[in-house]
Design a protein around this ligand. Structure first.
Ligand SMILES: [Zn+2]
Ligand SMILES: [Zn+2]
Length: 402
């Protein structure tokens, strides 16, 4: 097996730093929305042809790249998502998006870049490692129901069957060279909820003749605050946020209908189910009291992402041994954001980790912000750690095999 100690950040930098930077800049300048990643797909396919890697298109705009080393062995999959967001970039970078209103504001351009760089090294050193590596260039992470599911349905986890999977996601709050993960739940269930409270319009001066939907909505929204604060364990993780509310037409008209939309984030399935029923119970009791009715749509999104404890421990030890103390930060709590890598993690033992891409010389902005930026110096760290983890996962479990 390719010697772990050769994969230093400096070694990657000497071989690939110009490639990492130019590939990243190209992808960043040409972002495409979910399900529309046609140019990105073509770029990936052209790069794979140039490097000499077998590949096939999947889930319309995705690509699976596959390479086997000097001999068959375990199979490891790394997910790199490729889509961008409907955001007008405001970073002022000289390689800003050339596609108006569309921006790589979640770092998926960086994910794609390191996927290609890792394949370059795996190909050049093919005689030095055993097993099969698949890179899942996944479309449509940012728009549910997501691109991971169709790629799985089209067989990405089969032929050969994937033994372990990995995902590195950019994180602007960690510095380059630092990776963050925890065993168990790493990310949340990310659900959407739509609520309408239906009353009866009328004259604002004679409320008794109608049913005031704004008053009903006020009671509902206030009541919702007690679900997490008073009816969920303080040791559990849950968020309910209503992000939109609309209703009414004029100051002297009694409002007949209010619509709200929001998001619910949980970790445990029991808590998720509990919130689904409590929201409706509250809605039912409030509208019954007022004599109104309601509409309720709860849409389950990406499931919570589970990090296999044994693999997480193995990667933590191995990354620390190779790249030094402080390389791996352990987050005590899961993040309340989500990612459809969780769909892969439900099928095979997996690890989702954050990869530090923050800058120390300027302000770092959150994911999905128009000023989100990736520190280009972090690309070599992501490629080195990604490659290292792939090789580790190709070997993990080998000792136990006959
Ligand atoms: Zn995102
Ligand atoms: Zn993302």
């Amino acid at each position: 097996m390719m010697a772990m100690e050769t994969i230093t950040v400096k070694w990657i930098e000497e071989r690939l730093d110009p490639y990492l930077r130019s590939t990243y800049k190209h992808l960043h300048q040409h972002p495409e929305l979910s399900k529309e990643e046609v140019g990105t797909q073509r770029f990936i396919q052209q790069e794979l042809d140039r490097i000499g890697i077998e590949h096939k298109a999947m889930a319309d705009t995705g690509v699976c790249a596959q390479i086997t080393g000097s001999a068959p062995g375990r199979t490891v999959l790394m997910r790199c998502d490729i889509d961008a967001l409907p955001i007008e970039e405001d970073t002022g970078l000289d390689y800003s998006s050339l596609n108006p209103g569309v921006m790589h504001a979640c770092g998926h351009d960086a994910h794609t870049t390191i996927g290609l760089a890792i394949l370059t090294i795996l190909k050049e050193h093919r005689s030095e490692w055993q097993g099969t590596v698949k890179i899942m260039f996944q479309p449509t992470e940012e728009a549910q129901p997501g691109g991971a599911k169709p790629m799985i349905e089209e067989g990405i986890l089969e032929n050969p069957a994937v033994d372990a999977a990995l995902c590195l996601h950019t994180n602007p709050y960690l510095k380059p060279g630092v990776f963050e993960m925890k065993p168990g739940y790493m990310l949340a269930n990310t659900d959407r909820v739509y609520v309408s409270l239906i009353g009866k319009g009328g004259h604002a001066a004679a409320p008794q003749q109608g049913i005031d939907a704004i008053a009903m909505a006020g009671q509902f929204v206030t009541g919702v605050q007690s679900i997490v604060s008073r009816q969920t364990s303080p040791l559990d993780h849950a968020v309910i946020t209503f992000g939109t509310i609309s209703g009414g037409t004029a100051s002297n008209v009694l409002c007949g209908r209010v619509d709200l939309s929001g998001t619910v984030r949980t970790i445990r399935t029991e808590t998720q189910e509990d919130i689904i029923s409590k929201l409706e119970a509250l809605l039912k009791s409030v509208t019954e009291f007022w004599g109104g009715t309601y509409e309720y749509t709860y849409s389950k999104g990406y499931p919570a992402s589970w990090n296999d404890p044994a693999l997480t421990a193995a990667l933590t030890v191995s990354l620390t041994e190779t790249f030094g103390e402080g390389t791996v930060a352990v987050n005590e709590h899961p993040y309340m954001s989500g990612d459809d890598f969780s769909v892969v993690a439900k099928e095979v033992p997996s690890v989702f980790m954050y990869w530090g891409t923050g800058s120390s010389d300027k302000e770092n902005f959150p994911w999905h912000n128009a000023q989100y930026h990736v520190n280009l110096d972090a690309l070599k760290h992501g490629a080195a750690a990604g490659l290292h983890c792939i090789l580790e996962l190709l070997q993990t479990g080998k000792a136990g095999q006959a």
